[in-house]
Design a protein around this ligand. Structure first.
Ligand SMILES: NC(=O)c1ccc[n+]([C@@H]2O[C@H](COP(=O)([O-])OP(=O)(O)OC[C@H]3O[C@@H](n4cnc5c(N)ncnc54)[C@H](O)[C@@H]3O)[C@@H](O)[C@H]2O)c1
Length: 268
């Protein structure tokens, strides 16, 4: 991996905390320069403190103009764009259909689809030409909820399956110039926000009880941390290592797809 990201330039959306923040730090550690589009002013300030190889841009990934601003500030600062990495996301705190009041359904649907799906489309649209010019790549953040039920409620599940559809289409549309792949994390202790429209004010995933629960459901029996996923992003962004790879998803979820029917893992 030594020279793979050296002097490459990436734009990470939602890089202010959790998985995106771990990706930003790992990319910088591998020699990349990284622009970051981040909604939170506090997290944007913390990103600035990472030094001259990070250009933090405060803005909303659901806005076309803010995506354009993030691209232009990244290219003005670092001269080019080689990779777009989308990490923005909201969860639905497992709101099952029965529990969502029908008068809130439309607003909740629009809130989660704007962040989890539309922002990925907008970032792709805005960055496509620069990536075609550089022969670059895109890495989307999917989820175990892009494959298997019960990782959220219907709103999160539908949004994460939609990103998988976007990935397959963009891998086709942008070939042969741009590789488009994804990473599908499993339950990871982060402060991921729930939906304002459903009054989900408290982040749910990082509580000790939830961490224990997330460990219990994966065959590798791991308490998965954001850093556990960065190898997959580094690999997919590194054209020396993955130049023949496009349209695929790396599942980084402790083996949820290998759960047994009678017990979770063979050795348990
Ligand atoms: N944590 C998990 O268990 C898990 C599992 C599977 C997939 N994921 C996915 O990983 C991605 C990252 O989630 P995370 O768990 O690291 O959460 P996180 O909240 O720590 O990271 C998301 C970042 O995006 C920022 N953000 C949110 N809305 C934004 C917007 N409109 N514009 C710009 N920035 C915005 C947040 O401020 C935050 O910094 C998401 O796509 C999520 O769906 C997470």
């Amino acid at each position: 991996m030594a020279d793979g990201l050296n002097d490459k330039v990436a734009l990470v959306t939602g890089g202010g905390s959790g998985i995106g923040r771990a990706v930003v730090e790992a990319f910088v550690g591998e020699g990349a320069k990284v622009g970051v589009l981040e909604l939170s002013p506090e997290k944007t300030e913390e990103l600035e403190a990472l030094g001259p190889n990070v250009k933090a841009v405060r803005g909303d990934a659901t806005s076309l103009e803010d995506n354009e601003k993030a691209l232009s500030e990244t290219v003005d600062t670092f001269g080019r764009l080689d990779a777009l990495v989308c990490c923005v996301g909201l969860w639905d705190n497992q709101a099952k259909l029965k529990r969502i009041p029908k008068e809130k359904l439309r607003e909740a649907f629009q809130e989660i689809f704007a962040v989890n799906v539309e922002s990925y489309v907008l970032a792709t649209k805005v960055c496509a030409d620069a990536l075609i010019d550089s022969g670059g790549c895109i890495v989307y953040t999917l989820s175990n909820s892009s494959f298997y039920p019960d990782g959220g409620g219907p709103l999160y599940m539908a949004s994460k399956f939609a990103v998988r559809g976007l990935l397959v289409e963009m891998a086709y549309e942008l070939a042969p110039k741009v590789r488009v792949n994804g990473v599908a994390p499993g339950g990871t202790a982060t402060e991921i926000r729930g939906l304002k429209s459903l009054d989900q004010d408290e982040p749910m995933l990082a509580s000790p009880k939830m961490k224990e629960g997330l460990k219990a459901i994966n065959p590798l029996q791991l308490e998965i941390e954001p850093e556990d996923h960065v190898g997959a992003y580094l690999y997919l962004a590194n054209g020396e290592l993955s130049r023949s790879v496009t349209g695929v998803v790396i599942n980084s979820d402790g083996g949820i797809g290998s759960r047994g029917m009678t017990k979770i893992a063979g050795l348990l």
